[in-house]
Write a protein that binds this ligand. Structure first.
Ligand code: ZN
Length: 464
């Protein structure tokens, strides 16, 4: 059996994709988009080894773009086979890929205006909305915990990865002649005890493990501390009748924020006040979450029974249209607006920041990673003035940066997950991590469990 790393390796975190080739079958596990600077995004073409028309199956761990974003590229190049994923992943992937096709078209149009002026031929976007539709048409929903025959001699089993609604680790059982081997793909693992989703489930044994290592070198601060600090910031802003702006990713983080606010209201920690979900994508993602009640954790199930969720519409309002969003300009505090994009690189949050950053009564709450050079990072770094849509805006708002909301397991969590199957001494391959975290985790795994750990480069082929 040969497994080729077509992404999220060699120190790269995005573009997760594995080509698995056995004597009888060829399949992909994930086929994600490379995200980041122009150099990274240039990797987003179809690798020659893929040969979509010769693939038997595609298996998906979860819906995030860096795990699904190149699926439409496969169908564009002739793939017509099944794409296996949990049903929540299929639902969320449709939403995320539709948005991705829209962004690809926007990027291509912007680039082509420049190319036209330079006398160059226009470039086509990576894929079109039609390819997303076709890819979604190939999705085959799989249950959790039940083995599914995915190709000749290959069975897949999806278990909860605790990272996002529907997210999974996948266990592949490969039969070649009289040899039978078990290969585990961790996917992205969530930290334990996070709200809404269930905890990641470990496996007991494996011959080969592909383990993510995003936070292989550090632990997160205790989650209770993060929530206590969050409650403190919100309460203080509300007491002063402030307007809170929260840049947030539409899928996962937005629902997590709504969850904590509704619970704080319910517990009486913060008196209820208006919260606006100002993102069509986040509104749709929340509907998908509601459509899969069986995947929610016990605490969330209990809150649903007590009527805490769905969150009270008297306080939790949605702004589906641009006109609804504009109306929030005139709103007096206290209120909180959740809007994308999460890194302030575009979307409705820009217009709220432009309208409110110069006011002393505004609070900006940063709850996610901000990439270098972006507006979000400039706010975190405390710049006194920023540029939005070409206009200089004074920053008089209070900027709060709150770590600890990560949907990725910390070092201790990764070690615990791996520890459950360490006794079987699997050959271990670390992926989805920058060089520092990957190396730190490799050293710990080798020391504690005496396993052989590999840190492959991009496009590297591994024989098992
Ligand atoms: Zn993910």
């Amino acid at each position: 059996m040969k497994i080729t790393l077509l992404g999220a390796s060699g120190g790269e975190v995005t573009g997760s994709a594995y080509l698995v080739e056995t004597r009888q079958a060829r399949l992909l596990v994930d086929f994600g988009l490379f995200q980041g600077g122009r150099k990274t995004e240039a990797l987003n073409r179809l690798p020659i080894v893929c040969q979509p028309t010769r693939l038997d199956a595609v298996l998906v761990t979860h819906a995030h773009l860096d795990h699904t974003g190149r699926l439409p590229l496969l169908v564009r190049n002739g793939y017509t086979g099944p794409i296996f994923a949990t049903s929540a992943t299929a639902d969320l992937a449709r939403l995320i890929l539709t948005d991705s096709a829209r962004l690809q078209a926007q990027d291509a149009a912007r680039l082509n205006r420049k190319r036209e002026r330079a006398g160059l031929e226009p470039l086509a976007p990576l894929y079109e909305p039609g390819h997303v539709e076709q890819a979604c048409g190939l999705m085959r929903p799989v249950p959790f915990h039940e083995p599914v025959a995915v190709a000749e001699g290959v069975t897949g089993c999806w278990v909860d990865a605790g990272h996002l609604l529907g997210s999974a680790s996948i266990q592949l059982t490969v039969e070649e002649g009289d040899r039978r081997r078990v290969v585990v793909f961790s996917g992205d693992l969530g930290p334990p005890n996070r709200p809404i989703v269930q905890d990641a489930e470990p496996f007991e044994a494996a011959d080969v493990v592909f383990l993510e290592s995003t936070y292989g070198d550090r632990d997160h601060r205790p989650y209770d501390e993060t929530i206590a600090e969050f409650a403190g910031i919100v309460k203080e802003a509300v007491d002063k009748r402030g307007k809170l702006l929260v840049p947030t990713f539409a899928v996962g983080r937005a629902q997590q924020m709504v969850y904590h606010l509704a619970v704080l209201f319910h517990q009486g920690t913060v008196p209820p006040f208006p919260v606006y979900l100002d993102s069509p994508m986040a509104i749709e993602a929340s509907q998908i979450y509601r459509g899969h009640p069986g995947l929610l954790d016990e605490e969330m199930q209990a809150f649903r029974q007590q009527g805490v969720f769905p969150a009270n519409p008297a306080y939790f309002k949605t702004s589906p249209t641009p006109a609804d969003s504009m109306q929030l300009n005139d709103l007096e505090g206290p209120c909180l607006i959740l809007a994308g994009s999460g890194m302030c690189t575009g979307g409705r949050i820009l217009h709220h920041l432009k309208q409110n950053l110069w006011r002393e009564t505004t609070h900006v709450l940063i709850v996610g990673y901000q990439s270098r050079g972006g507006l979000g990072r400039q706010l975190v770094d405390g710049l006194p003035k920023v540029k939005i849509h070409g206009e200089t805006i004074a920053v008089r708002a209070r900027i709060h940066t709150l770590g600890g909301f990560s949907a990725h397991a910390g070092q201790r969590d990764l070690l615990a997950w791996f520890g459950a199957m360490a006794g079987s001494k699997p050959q271990t391959v670390l992926v989805h991590g920058e060089d520092g975290p990957r190396q730190a985790l490799a050293t710990l795994l080798a020391e504690r469990h005496g396993v052989r750990v590999q840190l492959p480069g991009l496009r590297e082929e591994l024989e098992f």
